[in-house]
Design a protein around this ligand. Structure first.
Ligand SMILES: Nc1ncnc2c1ncn2[C@@H]1O[C@H](COP(=O)(O)OP(=O)(O)OP(=O)(O)O)[C@@H](O)[C@H]1O
Length: 484
């Protein structure tokens, strides 16, 4: 089974017996360990950027664990620190948590599960922080395209095209399903062009009746039609020197198509009811979610206008064809809405991100944005989980649910296979545990997997296992559950 990168743990304790015990427990769990018996040397070791979690004794000569914690946090704030303390110094440990430690453990350990679980959780938190930082770095790298986010090869090709066409005044036709970001691309072209200080005017051509659309686009003279009580400038005139974005161009009625063609050919508009045209200098960017070539072939869209508009085409792929953009977009919207709503929501659990990535997104990026906004509004978690997503997402491949191969068919083979394997592994682990009465040792034996590796898999797939501590809390210490 695929293992994620293991967190590297630094253990610092001047007591050789404890140092050895902690090291061997964590090594058995599969973590790479750096064991140091001196606090000052421990500080040097913590500077190694590959260290993820530090487990520190609180009482050490030369430099106290508390000072070491502060020094590590100052140098490497991302490292998660766990303090080890004797019962007598619990108060200091509480102080340590206030000073930034992730948690503390009391010695002697009552249950070695506590050590592995606490280290496991700290490692998970560090991994989440690393993932979040990587996404943020990718977002910063993209910032020169304003808010246009994407790292897939398809979107990189779009960015390149945006960059090229923004230096010309050629008419651009943007094609893509609803919610794929057509307007955003149009804005990116305008704001990167020499026209950026002039107006960007967006018109939705499908939202208006023919008369209203014509009057909106070209303006009208007083008395041109019922209700035309004065002279009115149209949007083409309003956009003079800038860019006009004609959304849903495929819905423009035939008579308006003729007028549009004239603007494109002559560079002038005639207000409805006017005799004389007015010169305008407007760049036209049009967008459509319908197949304009088909509309042209079926006679619904004028061929001459089609060729006038279609000088440069930008095709925006549906989100389901570029699932690698989902984490970046999801993180972008998370940051946006967490800030807007003033909520501390910092990331996604791997399961939530997986559910988002396999979704078909028929409403494309707009739907993803809505899902994240809803989750940020409703959640009381700091890290969004599948339960924060709409009900349909909670049925995405996960423990106990059948793998919907169909739902993966839109993904590239390697990614579909990985997700299907993960779903299978979760289901397998859940079923195996159930079959073995929740006894981790016997489930591990039945699977032919070493117990600590098996526990790691349970944790990785978030399959609930109950620890000795939980069993004690339940007053159910003698349950058939596994005893460490
Ligand atoms: N690549 C992207 N990066 C960031 N946000 C995006 C991206 N694509 C779309 N969005 C966001 O998704 C929403 C929908 O985008 P937009 O309105 O540009 O889509 P559209 O294709 O013009 O949709 P429609 O055809 O329905 O008008 C907007 O809030 C936009 O900011």
């Amino acid at each position: 089974m695929n293992q994620p990168k293991r967190a590297k743990i630094l253990v610092v304790d001047d007591d050789p017996v404890v140092l050895k015990a902690v090291t061997s427990i964590l090594q058995r769990e599969g973590y790479p360990i750096v064991a140091i018996d001196d606090a000052v040397e421990g500080l040097t070791a913590a500077k190694d950027p590959s260290i993820d979690v530090a487990v520190l004794d609180i009482n050490m000569p030369h430099l106290s664990g508390m000072d070491l914690l502060k020094a590590i946090k100052a140098e490497r704030p991302d490292v998660e620190v766990i303090m080890m303390t004797a019962y007598a110094t619990v108060e200091t440990a509480v102080e340590a948590v206030k000073a930034g430690a992730y948690d503390y453990l009391t010695k002697p350990f009552e249950d070695i599960d506590d050590l592995s679980l606490t280290v496991g959780k700290a490692a998970e938190r560090k991994a989440l922080k690393d993932r979040t930082r990587a996404l943020e770095e990718a977002l910063t790298a993209r910032s020169q395209f304003e808010d246009l986010i994407g790292q897939s090869s398809q979107m990189r090709a779009v960015f390149k095209l945006v960059e090229t066409v923004s230096h010309s005044t050629a008419t651009v036709l943007i094609q893509g399903e609803s919610g794929t970001g057509k307007e955003l691309v149009a804005r990116a072209i305008h704001y990167r062009s020499a026209r950026k200080d002039k107006p960007f005017v967006a018109v939705n051509c499908s939202a208006l009746t023919e008369t209203l659309l014509e009057s909106e686009l070209f303006g009208h003279m007083k008395g041109a039609f019922t209700g035309a009580t004065g002279n009115k400038k149209g949007l083409f005139e309003a956009a003079d020197g800038g860019t006009i974005f004609l959304d849903e161009i495929g819905d423009v009625p035939p008579a308006t198509q003729v007028r549009l063609l004239r603007v494109l050919q002559e560079g002038e508009v005639k207000r409805v009811g006017a005799n004389e045209p007015v010169k305008v200098d407007v760049r036209v960017i049009a967008a459509t979610h319908v197949d304009l070539t088909r509309a042209k072939e079926q006679g619904r869209f004028r061929e001459d206008l089609f060729y006038r508009l279609n000088v440069i085409t930008i095709d925006l792929p549906p989100l389901r064809d570029r699932p690698e953009d989902v984490p970046l977009l999801a993180h972008h919207f998370l940051k946006l809405y967490a800030a807007k709503l003033d909520k501390k929501v910092t990331g996604f659990t791997p399961r939530a991100m997986e559910a988002l990535t396999v979704n078909r997104w028929t409403g494309n990026v707009r739907e993803l944005e809505n899902v994240i906004e809803r989750a940020v509004v409703l959640t009381s978690n700091e890290v969004l989980d599948v339960e924060d997503l709409p009900p349909g997402f909670q049925e995405a491949p996960q423990a106990g649910s059948p793998v919907e191969v169909f739902s993966l068919a839109h993904l590239p083979y390697a990614q579909a296979k990985r997700l299907a394997m993960r779903a299978f592994e979760r289901r397998y682990l859940t079923a195996l545990l159930e079959k073995n009465n929740n006894n981790v040792s016997s489930a591990a034996r039945a699977a032919g997997v070493d117990r600590s590796n098996f526990r790691r898999l349970l944790k990785q797939y978030e399959v609930a296992g109950r620890t000795m501590k939980q069993r004690k809390a339940d007053g159910n210490d003698s349950s058939p559950l596994e005893v460490a």
